[in-house]
Design a binder for this molecule. Structure first.
Ligand SMILES: [Mg+2]
Length: 247
């Protein structure tokens, strides 16, 4: 018998993992720590999150990193004054624990961005977001244009398939270099103190996080899917961080 007071779950839900002091923790931002907003610039940073992240970073002796699809500058602006190791644009730019930033090659040809911008003029509600190493076509404001946008993005990326791919994100298509992934960001940071020798744990909610999941698991760590372990609720991830801060 099912309990009518419990809403049906889309994903099987298991308890969140029990934090330990030897973790190196990698956290996605949107949809993991922050509730998804109608547009990327409309997210709200809940009160206390920045302080809690600072406490987690201290508890793990600095082995905490944010791994986001956003540019690093945006990550820093959202989490100010916190400035911890971080990867922006899915690993295209990585700030190491010593503060040095490393940048990957793999820029999107500017004419592709122009083509998407030109197409978006005919598709009210579609938002084209330029990043240094990718371009995102958001259709949250115009779901009827999903198929047309997918075709355009696939045609552009498909012209150089060995180097570029289209990611189907939440209500968005992102063209990015195949060489830039969140997994690479995990691998790079795990080479550095104080991450080195710890157990990588990657928490994320979206398709780009799967590269981070694979990298963490390949190094004997944990993949923590926000849907499976936190019922898809960033609020529950934020509450769990308070536990991590007490290890
Ligand atoms: Mg996310």
């Amino acid at each position: 018998m099912t309990d009518p007071s419990v809403p049906p779950q889309k994903h099987p839900v298991a308890d969140p993992p029990q934090p330990t002091a030897n973790w190196a923790l990698f956290l996605d931002l949107d949809g993991t720590l922050l509730d998804i907003a109608p547009a990327p610039d409309a997210v709200a940073v809940p009160e206390g999150l920045v302080e809690d992240l600072g406490a987690v970073s201290r508890a793990l002796h600095g082995a905490l990193a944010i791994v986001s699809g956003r540019p690093l500058g945006e990550v820093d602006r959202l989490l100010a004054p916190l400035k911890i190791p971080a990867a922006g644009e899915h690993g295209a730019v990585i700030r190491l624990p010593n503060g040095v930033c490393e940048e990957m090659d793999g820029k999107i040809p500017p004419e592709w961005v122009e083509a998407l911008l030109a197409a978006s003029v005919r598709m009210p509600g579609v938002l084209i977001e330029r990043k240094a190493h990718s371009v995102v076509a958001h259709y949250r404001g115009a779901p009827n244009h999903e198929d047309e946008l997918r075709q355009i993005a696939s045609r552009l990326a498909g012209s150089v398939p060995e180097h570029f791919e289209v990611l189907e994100a939440k209500m968005a298509f992102e063209i990015r270099s195949r060489d830039i992934t969140k997994g690479r960001a995990v691998e790079r940071l795990m080479q550095c103190e104080p991450f080195r020798g710890r157990m990588p744990v990657f928490v994320g909610d979206d398709v780009t996080d799967h590269d981070g999941f694979r990298a963490a698991e390949a190094m004997g760590g944990l993949a923590v899917d926000v849907f499976q372990r936190f019922a898809g609720r960033p609020k529950e991830v934020r509450d769990w961080l308070k536990q991590v801060a007490r290890v």
